[in-house]
Design a protein. Structure first.
Length: 359
């Protein structure tokens, strides 16, 4: 198991990644909290709850359940969770554990940041995507209509526990989906990590989760290094949006039914690679090399039938756009990207059109 330190405004917190991560909760000073609550999904808790309680040596905790799926990332659900916490007498000295994937982590962090003006919380991510990305960095959010993550806060957790064993119960599609985010981190990191991921791309299945622990920890470290230097997305952290502007539009345009988030990111990377080619920012061979890794991770749901006009209209609504101008993360080579808000709309349209037709 590896321990990484994240520097946050006001305090530092640990990301414990690898076999035995849950057991390190026993070292966390949780005795001074008045009560501990666990926000999770019932099927997930039924599968892993007893093991987590045993390994963490947590003797007293109360569960708060929410339905699975993206629809739980809403203000309505945040209000329901807050009301449930109040009914169970959670106070300002309570601790909330977000035990689940990205939806649980985002929702739990958001509720923790506003419940009685803020209570402490711990991230316990149970998906690949959450372990390497969404549970780290303190971004919390809920969705509002066509805007993914429109309402949110920067509110860092007190601890992150990323145990790879829990990933063995994921279905193969969900498991592979998270590795498109790992690919994003490998592109940002450089040739060393990129080659490591290439070497593992042929066995990205849940039963190999334990043996992939080092790859997952290395992906998490990429995120940790970035957010420690730019917690509130003032500049550097924008590189983590590689592939995400198109990803969010694809998710919304398909009603969050066709793509898992990681799959949408996979397509987002492929489209922005094409955009980089049109801009002359990347050599064809380098673009093809990166695209091959994305495709080797696994099959992507098709883009056929999606409205080009609808998707393109959603791009300027991305919350990271300023004054309607999108800050595109443009790959130049493995290990180097640039951020530009001077990308012609015509090239963006062409990039999407060509990838949609070819994909």
């Amino acid at each position: 198991m590896k321990r990484f330190c994240v520097t946050s405004k006001g305090f530092e917190y640990s990301v414990n990644a690898g076999r035995g991560a849950w057991s390190t909760f026993a070292d966390f000073p949780h005795d001074h909290y008045s009560a501990i609550f666990i926000l999770t999904e019932q099927p997930l808790w039924e599968r892993w709850g007893k093991r987590f309680l045993r390994e963490s040596k947590l003797k007293s905790a109360r569960a708060v359940f929410v339905p699975s799926g993206e629809n739980s990332k809403s203000m309505t659900m945040a209000e329901r969770v807050g009301a449930d916490l109040l009914r169970q007498r959670a106070d300002r000295r309570s601790l909330l554990l977000a035990f689940g994937g990205g939806v649980i982590g985002d929702l739990g962090g958001f509720v923790a940041s506003i419940y009685m003006r803020g209570i402490d919380y711990v991230q316990i991510p149970t998906t690949v995507l959450a372990q390497v990305d969404s549970a780290i960095g303190g971004k919390t959010a809920v969705n509002v209509r066509a805007m993914k993550n429109l309402l949110g806060t920067f509110y860092p957790p007190r601890l992150v526990l990323a145990e790879p064993e829990v990933l063995t119960s994921l279905d193969e599609r969900s498991f592979r989906s998270g590795f498109f985010e790992v690919a994003k981190h490998a592109i940002l990191s450089g040739p060393g990590f990129f080659k490591q991921l290439e070497a593992t791309s042929s066995y990205l299945v849940p039963k190999h989760a334990r043996s992939l622990a080092n790859t997952l920890a290395r992906a998490a470290k990429v995120k940790i290094d970035v957010v420690s230097r730019d917690e509130r997305e003032a500049g550097l952290r924008r590189v983590l949006n590689l592939g995400h502007t198109f990803a969010h539009a694809l998710e919304e345009a398909s009603g969050y039914k066709r793509f898992l988030h990681g799959e949408a990111v996979g397509w987002g990377i492929l489209i922005v690679l094409r955009l980089a080619r049109l801009l002359g920012a990347i050599e064809p061979a380098e673009s093809a090399h990166i695209a091959q890794l994305v495709r080797d991770i696994g099959p992507l749901p098709g883009l056929r039938g999606l409205s080009e006009r609808r998707i393109l209209s959603l791009l300027p609504q991305d919350k990271k756009a300023v004054g309607g101008r999108i800050h595109w993360v443009i790959p130049e080579r493995i290990g180097k990207v640039r951020i530009s808000d001077q990308v012609p709309t015509s090239l963006v349209e062409t990039a999407f059109r060509e990838v949609q037709r070819g994909g």
